[in-house]
Design a protein around this ligand. Structure first.
Ligand code: ADP
Length: 500
C-alpha cells in the first residue's frame, strides 16, 4: 500500500528574502546584548534560513523597561479607543497588502502548506486585528447601584505590561490571538516568539509601527524558553502573563509567575480531543472530517481530534476508509500547489512522533497506514493511522502533535462520554451525528472548552478558545479574551445629597 505522497526532491525557492532578524525593542531592530544569534531552520531540509538575534535576560529587561515606559508615560494607554482602533485597522490593511509575502515567510519557517498560510491563516490574522479594532472603543465599565448614599463606578483599565509567550505551530495566528486583545485594551507588550519560528512576528511588528503604533508598545524578543521565556515569566515588572504551549511548560510558567510577583497567568495548553463519530453518520463525510480534525497542520494542533471514537456498527468500514484517505493525502513541499501536508516543525518533534508510532505498534494497536518517515531529508512523516487503539495505550493518552490518527471503538453514548472525559485534558471535542438529541447530550456532558458539531477547527475571531482541566484556563479570542487584559477599579463616591 504505497502512499501517493511525494518525497521532497528539489525544494522550491521561496519568493522572498528575510529582512528582519534582530530583536524589536522600543520601535528599533537591535542586536541582542550578548551579540549571540541562533539559526532558524527550513523544516523541508533542515538547512538554515537565517541567523536570528538570541534574546536572553538582559534583552527581556530592556524590552520590559521600554514597555513599562510606554505604559506609564506614553500615549498608547492614554489615547482614545477610537485612535487605537484606527491604528489597528491600518495594521490590518497592511497585513492584507503584504499577505502573500507574510504567508511565504510563515511557510518557509514553519513548513505548513503555502495555500493554508496565504488563503487561511494570514487572512485570519487580518480578520482578528479588525475584530479587536472593533473592540478598542467599546471597552468600558459599569455603574453599580449602591445600598447606601454612594455613587459606585467600576472602571475597566488596561492591566499594564503584558508578557506573552507563543508557540511555533501557528506563529502569526498565535501572535494575533495574544497581541490583538492586549492592544485593544491599551496595554503594552513584551512578546517572546517560539525559537523554531521567529521570523513572521518581526516582519509584522515593522508593519504595526508603519501603521502608527508608538515605540515601546510592542516589543518582540526572539530566543529560547528556559532563558528569554523564563526571564519574562519571572519578571517583577510584568503585570500579566499569557502563554500558549505544552502543559509541561505551563506548569513551569505558572510557578515562575507565582515565585516572582504573582502576576496573573492565562494558559492555553495541550489536548487529547475526542472526535466522536456516531452510527447515524454519513460515513464518507465522517471519515473526511475526522481526517481533517487530526491531520490539519501536520497534526500540530493543540486541539487536534487525536482520539477518533467510532461506533462499533460502522467501525470496520470507517477504518478502511480512513486508511484510504490517509494513503491519498498529498505530502510534500509546502510551496507546491495541491500539497496537503508539509514537514513537521523540527527534528525533536519528528523524533517524538516516530517514538509514539513505535509505542503504538508495541502496545498492540494495528498500524493500518504510514508509520515511518517520508523521504530521507527534512522532517516529513507519512500519514499514519492506527486502529484497535485502547484507552490505556500511550498513543491514546499522550499528545502526539503529529500526523498519527488513533481510532477507538465504542458501543454507546454513556460509554463514549465517560471515556472522552477520562483525560487530564479538556480542550475540545468533535461530534458527528444527525441526531439533535445526541449532539445536545454530548455538548452538555463533555468537559471541554469547545464542542464542534458536524465541523471541526472553526476559529472565528469572536469564538472564545481555551481549555478545561489541564488544557489551561482563560480564553483567547472573543469578548472573553479582553478580560485577560483588563484591571478592574471600583470607585465609590459619597453622595452628600442622595435625594439627587
Ligand atoms: P513545544 O514543546 O510545543 O515546543 P513549549 O511549551 O516548549 O512547546 O513551547 C512553547 C513556548 O514556550 C515557546 O516560545 C518556548 O520557547 C517557551 N518555553 C519553553 N520552555 C520555557 C520555560 N522554561 N520558560 C518559559 N518559556 C518557555
Amino acid at each position: 500500500s504505497q502512499s501517493t505522497a511525494v518525497a521532497l526532491e528539489d525544494p522550491i525557492s521561496p519568493p522572498i528574502q528575510v529582512n528582519y532578524t534582530k530583536l524589536f525593542i522600543n520601535g528599533q531592530f537591535v542586536d541582542s546584548a550578548s551579540g549571540k544569534t541562533f539559526p532558524t531552520l527550513d523544516p523541508r531540509t533542515g538547512e538554515v534560513i537565517a541567523n536570528v538575534a538570541e534574546g536572553d535576560t538582559e534583552d527581556i529587561n530592556r524590552a520590559v523597561k521600554a514597555a513599562r515606559k510606554a505604559f506609564d508615560g506614553g500615549p498608547w494607554p492614554r489615547m482614545t479607543g477610537y485612535e487605537r482602533s484606527k491604528i489597528l485597522l491600518r495594521f490590518a490593511d497592511l497585513i492584507e497588502k503584504h499577505n502573500d509575502e507574510i504567508a511565504a515567510l510563515e511557510t518557509w519557517d514553519n513548513g505548513k502548506p503555502y495555500e493554508q498560510s496565504a488563503h487561511g491563516e494570514i487572512p485570519m490574522v487580518t480578520r482578528l486585528f479588525r475584530y479587536y479594532a472593533g473592540w478598542a472603543d467599546k471597552i468600558h465599565g459599569i455603574i453599580v447601584p449602591a445600598d447606601s448614599p454612594h455613587h459606585v463606578q467600576v472602571l475597566h483599565e488596561p492591566i499594564g505590561v503584558a508578557g506573552q509567550i507563543i508557540p511555533w505551530n501557528f506563529p502569526l495566528l498565535m501572535f494575533a490571538w495574544k497581541v490583538g486583545p492586549a492592544l485593544a485594551c491599551g496595554n503594552t507588550i513584551v512578546l517572546k516568539t517560539a525559537e523554531q519560528t521567529p521570523l513572521s512576528a518581526l516582519l509584522v511588528s515593522k508593519l504595526l509601527h508603519e501603521a502608527g503604533l508608538p515605540d515601546g508598545v510592542l516589543n518582540v524578543v526572539s530566543g529560547y524558553g528556559p532563558t528569554a521565556g523564563a526571564a519574562l515569566a519571572s519578571h517583577m515588572d510584568v503585570d500579566k502573563l499569557a502563554f500558549t504551549g505544552s502543559t509541561a511548560t505551563g506548569h513551569i510558567i505558572m510557578e515562575l509567575a507565582a515565585r516572582s510577583n504573582l502576576k496573573p497567568v492565562t494558559l492555553e495548553l495541550g489536548g487529547k480531543s475526542p472526535m466522536i463519530v456516531m452510527d447515524d453518520a454519513d460515513i464518507d463525510q465522517a471519515v473526511e472530517l475526522a481526517h481533517f480534525a487530526l491531520f490539519f497542520n501536520q497534526g500540530q494542533c493543540c486541539c487536534a481530534g487525536s482520539r477518533t471514537f467510532v461506533h462499533e456498527r460502522i467501525y470496520d468500514e470507517f477504518v478502511e476508509k480512513a486508511k484510504a484517505r490517509a494513503l491519498k493525502r498529498v505530502v510534500g513541499d509546502p510551496f507546491k500547489k495541491g500539497v496537503e501536508q508539509g514537514p513537521q516543525i523540527d527534528e525533536d518533534q519528528f523524533n517524538k512522533i516516530l517514538h509514539f508510532i513505535k509505542s503504538g505498534v508495541h502496545s498492540g494497536a494495528t498500524l493500518v497506514s504510514g508509520g515511518e518517515r517520508l523521504g530521507d531529508r527534512g522532517y516529513f512523516v507519512k500519514p499514519t493511522v492506527f486502529a484497535d487503539v485502547q484507552d490505556g495505550m500511550e498513543i491514546a493518552k499522550e499528545e502526539i502533535f503529529g500526523p498519527v490518527q488513533s481510532i477507538l471503538k465504542f458501543k454507546d453514548l454513556n460509554e463514549v462520554i465517560r471515556r472522552s472525559n477520562d483525560s487530564h485534558y479538556g480542550l475540545a471535542a468533535g461530534v458527528f451525528t444527525k441526531s439533535l438529541d445526541t449532539a445536545n447530550t454530548l455538548t452538555r456532558a463533555l468537559r471541554v472548552g469547545t464542542v464542534w458539531i458536524n465541523c471541526f477547527d472553526v476559529f472565528d475571531a469572536g469564538i472564545p478558545f481555551g481549555g478545561y482541566k489541564m488544557s489551561g484556563h482563560g480564553r483567547d479570542k472573543g469578548i472573553d479574551s479582553l478580560k485577560n487584559y483588563l484591571q478592574i477599579k471600583a470607585v465609590v463616591t459619597h453622595l452628600k445629597n442622595p435625594a439627587w
